[in-house]
Design a protein around this ligand. Structure first.
Ligand SMILES: *Cc1c(COP(=O)(O)O)cnc(C)c1O
Length: 366
């Protein structure tokens, strides 16, 4: 069987550093908001290229806190995409703001900047650009729009730790950027974790308060806050794994390159390869007409594959009443019918990439 992802292979690859980090935390007797969280926040901020970072409970909460720190709330609108993990839209709804969902561009599968002007209203407060599948969004054009209207740009980097846009890492371009450390993400914890990075020192202070009951001083809430803390164990594990992230991303790119070589010429569309961007292949996503047929054939051959995502957020029951859709979303709806994610993780043997490619060749030859 060829698995789609393998958090176990990740753990085994970093076993001794992870176990040493866990032991250090256990022996320290300090398990919430201590040295490990603060060291990881500094290390990750440096690595990403943002001045400040706040560790939180998960990626969804990182988006909620970024929006709250930006002052987003009921009556406001936030423009983002429907072609994303539901968490992006769920976070907007959690603040009481209205998600305004626009289509993606067929070149990158990320927010189509040309549609932003038509989605704008006087209530618009922020734009969330999602670097989906590890592919940087078109930040130049999106930033032109946010700057013209004085809006905040939030980057959802949950699938793109370390991806580069014009040489710069994603998450260092917007006003705030959000990360998830769910075990299968490019940087994964052994459980849940997330982080918000930001540029502005006042927003940094707000984020720290929002993370823990609005406390500046213990037991005194200066503002309404949540409880969403990155814990010491996860922070220590992430700190131990961070030095390997560039190598892990390079391993993903090598597997993507192998897929490209082995799949070229077939009647399917390979992932975007955009000039001036370096993708980190959180997922390796192909497009084809008979997606369901290929998925069934791969399953028959013992190869796991997944669809990201089968039902676009704008068609899901939960958001029918809250969302605003300025325009139809034909590219999003077409992608939902055609995308298929192939096995992809840094430890995936190249021979297994070849086996997947061989199975796809057999499918088209049949
Ligand atoms: C995983 C993910 C999130 C949410 O992260 P969690 O840690 O699972 O809450 C948000 N946005 C995108 C694009 C994601 O892939």
């Amino acid at each position: 069987m060829i698995p789609f992802v393998s958090p176990l292979a990740q753990y085994q690859a970093h076993r001794s550093e992870i176990r040493a980090a866990i032991d250090r935390v256990l022996d320290s007797g300090w398990y919430i908001l201590g040295e490990s969280v603060s060291q990881f926040e500094h290390a990750f901020a440096d690595w990403t290229g943002m001045p400040h970072a706040v560790g939180v409970g998960n990626g969804t909460d990182s988006l909620v806190l970024a929006l709250l720190a930006a002052g987003v709330g009921p009556g406001d609108e936030v423009i983002t995409v429907s072609h994303t993990a539901v968490a992006t839209v769920s976070a907007v709804a959690t603040t009481g703001a209205t998600p305004v969902l626009v289509d993606v561009c067929p070149q990158r599968y990320t927010l189509a900047p040309a549609l932003l002007e038509a989605a704008y209203s006087p209530r618009t407060k922020a734009v969330i650009a999602v670097h989906l599948y590890g592919q940087p969004a078109d930040l130049a054009a999106i930033q032109t729009f946010t700057q013209r209207h004085g809006l905040l740009l939030i980057e959802d980097c949950a699938q793109a730790h370390g991806a580069r846009w014009q040489g710069q890492r994603v998450g260092s371009v917007g006003d705030l950027s959000c990360f998830s450390f769910y075990p299968t993400k490019n940087l994964g914890a052994i459980g849940d974790g997330g982080l918000v990075a930001c540029r502005d020192p006042q927003r940094f202070e707000r984020l720290q308060l929002l993370r823990q009951y609005g406390w500046k001083q213990r037991y005194i809430s200066d503002m309404h806050g949540l409880n969403t803390r990155l814990d010491e164990l996860q922070a220590a594990i992430l700190l131990a794994k961070l030095p390997c992230l560039d190598a892990d991303n390079a391993a993903r790119r090598a597997r993507a390159q192998r897929y490209r070589e082995r799949l070229q010429g077939l009647p399917l569309q390979l992932p975007p390869d955009v000039a001036d961007c370096e993708a980190v292949y959180h997922l390796f996503v192909i497009q084809l007409d008979d997606r369901d047929g290929l998925q069934a054939a791969l399953k028959e051959a013992g190869i796991q594959s997944l669809v990201h995502y089968p039902v676009p957020v704008h068609q899901q029951p939960a958001y029918q009443a809250t969302q605003r859709l300025p325009q139809p979303l034909p590219v999003t709806e077409r992608l939902a019918r055609r995308v298929l994610s192939l096995p992809m993780f840094p430890e995936l043997p190249l021979e297994q990439v070849d086996e997947v490619a061989d199975a796809i060749h057999r499918f088209f030859a049949a």
